[in-house]
Design a protein around this ligand. Structure first.
Ligand code: NDP
Length: 318
């Protein structure tokens, strides 16, 4: 079976490509710059890559860019989307590539009858910011949808990019009759296959690289291997549909630091929060739908250990 992974050099996508090759798929991997070894060497050296990995050059903002990669595919995994927090021009750097890029990919999908299903990598950021209160007894689930106005007011540009992109994708998919499933993960951690540092692994690296304080924030956390596997399950299980929240645990940064201290007592870790406000409360995220994909969820502490070991091995830890 032939499938395409967009943004294949990224953190989540690299694991997805690895698992797809392991399962015998022929993988068309779209990257912006196929001649950059930092973006491709970790893919072309995967088991099965010699026989079944093909690189394609494609950019989210170039219309028609994905046509040649998608023609003849049975499945499409659209993971490409910028994930940064330090942006100067949110529209150019985040919103346009996320929204126009997603429609660009779906437009190509609509052209080819061979494509049976599209799995879109959305985010819990498109789910959890709905203005409803989040407290320890509240359970967030797939029926929530983030409110774009709230995200604009709060200047949460990355979350806005994912919310607008998912919303536009559902409208387009319904209009064109595309079978689409979305995966909505929280902060993804675990081992890195790529040689460069991605935003969610950087959140852990910052804590162990001499930060004086931890952010007063509470996020869901999930292992990258569970995220990659859930994409494949969402493609392979015929009855899979709609959205799938993927969160192993919701935890405040203080809790992440506590786990790291237990794992690595010798590490210098931040002792206090970045502000004097009460800690942002935790909440729950339903695992009911994710479990129907057969996902067991690597526990948070194991995921943190895998992340730190990988960051050390790749010499990111100073
Ligand atoms: P990475 O930064 O590792 O990967 C992002 C990928 O998007 C890269 O391959 C990048 O390509 C590609 N990309 C960005 N802009 C463009 C563009 N204009 N044209 C083509 N490709 C582009 O991030 P992750 O693996 O973490 O993220 C992958 C997906 O998962 C994203 O959709 C993200 O929103 C989503 N996600 C991530 C979470 C996390 O915690 N990591 C949580 C929830 C969702 P290039 O290599 O060329 O820069």
């Amino acid at each position: 079976k032939v499938v395409c992974v967009t943004g294949a050099s990224g953190y989540i996508a690299s694991w997805l490509v690895k698992f797809l090759l392991q399962r015998g798929y022929t993988v068309r991997a779209s990257v912006r710059n196929p001649s950059d070894p930092k973006k491709t060497n970790h893919l072309t050296s995967l088991d099965g890559a010699n026989q079944r990995l093909q690189l394609f050059k494609a950019d989210l903002l170039e219309e028609g860019s994905f046509d040649s990669a998608l023609e003849g595919c049975e499945g499409v995994f659209h993971t490409a989307s910028p994930f940064y927090h330090d942006v100067k021009d949110p529209e150019a750097e985040l919103l346009n590539p996320a929204v126009k890029g997603t429609l660009n990919v779906l437009n190509a999908c609509a052209k080819f009858k061979s494509i049976k299903r599209v799995v879109l990598t959305s985010s819990i950021a498109a789910v959890a910011y709905s203005r409803k209160p989040r407290t320890p007894d509240v359970v967030v689930d797939e029926t929530w949808f983030s409110d774009p106005e709230f995200l604009k007011e709060s200047k949460l540009w990355y979350a806005l990019s994912k919310t607008l992109a998912e919303d536009a994708a559902w409208k387009f998919a319904k209009e064109k009759g595309i079978d689409m499933v979305t995966i909505n993960p929280a902060m993804v951690i675990g081992p890195l296959l790529q040689p460069t540092l991605n935003t969610s692994a950087a959140a852990v690296l910052n804590l162990i690289n001499g930060a004086q304080t931890f952010t007063n924030a509470t996020f869901g956390w999930v292992n990258v291997k569970d995220v990659a596997n859930s994409h494949i399950q969402a493609f392979e299980i015929p009855s899979a549909s709609g959205r799938y929240c993927l969160v192993e645990t919701v935890a405040h940064y203080s809790e992440i630091v506590r786990n790291l201290r237990e794992l690595y007592p010798a590490l210098q870790l931040p002792e206090k929060s970045s502000d004097d406000k009460p800690y942002v409360p935790t909440y729950q995220v339903s695992k009911v739908k994710a479990k129907t994909l057969g996902i067991e969820f690597v526990p948070l502490k194991d995921s943190l250990k895998e992340t730190v070991e990988s960051l050390k091995e790749k010499n990111f830890v100073s």
